[in-house]
Write a protein that binds this ligand. Structure first.
Ligand code: F6P
Length: 194
């Protein structure tokens, strides 16, 4: 059995301001998580020579990975957060106030709702296919540092959760979800680092 470690990036400046999307850097608390994560990963994967760290192409995941030493890092555009299109950079409050129809349609069907000029959860699930194929092919452990919507979809795949639940799965910051794929099925452990 070899583990897959899933985690969101450390808290970003936009997380603090409640803004979705964007490409902000991480906050002081996010920096602290990055250090704790590095510590955890270096211990947990000490004898795993072939392990690798996968991030998105966005600053907040790359910065979260940066203190981790000793493993190759790979950036995947397919691991970037759901594209919120015209709503990128807004808060949920601003969307509700300025684009009430969009807000309501998303609330009604979060799985299928596509942001104007952006993506839906179904779009995200589809673009993750090559990542999943590559994850299945790996024999060594992989640490995936990505984003809330993307990790909901990846987690649902490995934990065998139904499609309709995906947009509502809890995916807290500063927590590692370790998935072990063995012959007897999938096992899961969680580490809340702060
Ligand atoms: O707020 C952080 C974030 O990653 C946003 O960038 C993204 O739009 C959102 O979470 C996805 O979560 P939800 O689908 O619940 O809006």
């Amino acid at each position: 059995p070899r583990p897959i470690l899933l985690t969101r990036h450390g808290e970003s400046r936009d997380n603090v301001r409640g803004r979705i999307g964007g490409d902000s850097v991480i906050s002081d608390s996010g920096e602290l998580y990055a250090k704790k994560l590095a510590n955890f990963v270096e211990k947990r994967l000490k004898n795993e020579k072939a392990a690798s760290i996968w991030t998105s192409t966005l600053q907040r995941t790359i910065l979260t990975a940066s203190p981790i030493a000793g493993f190759p890092k790979i950036q995947w555009r397919a691991l970037d957060e759901i594209n919120a299109g015209v709503c990128d950079g807004m808060t949920y409050e601003e969307i509700k106030k300025n684009m009430p129809e969009e807000y309501e349609s998303r609330k009604k069907d979060k799985l299928r709702y596509r942001y104007p000029r952006g993506e839906s959860y179904l779009d995200v699930i589809q673009r993750l296919e090559p990542v999943i194929i590559e994850l299945e092919r790996q024999r060594a452990p992989v640490v995936v540092i990505s984003h809330q919507a993307v990790l909901r979809a990846l987690y649902a795949y490995f934990a065998d959760r139904p499609l309709k639940e995906i947009p509502h799965i809890e995916m807290p910051l500063h927590t590692i979800i370790e998935i072990q794929m063995g012959v007897t099925g999938v096992q899961e452990k969680r580490y809340k680092l702060m």
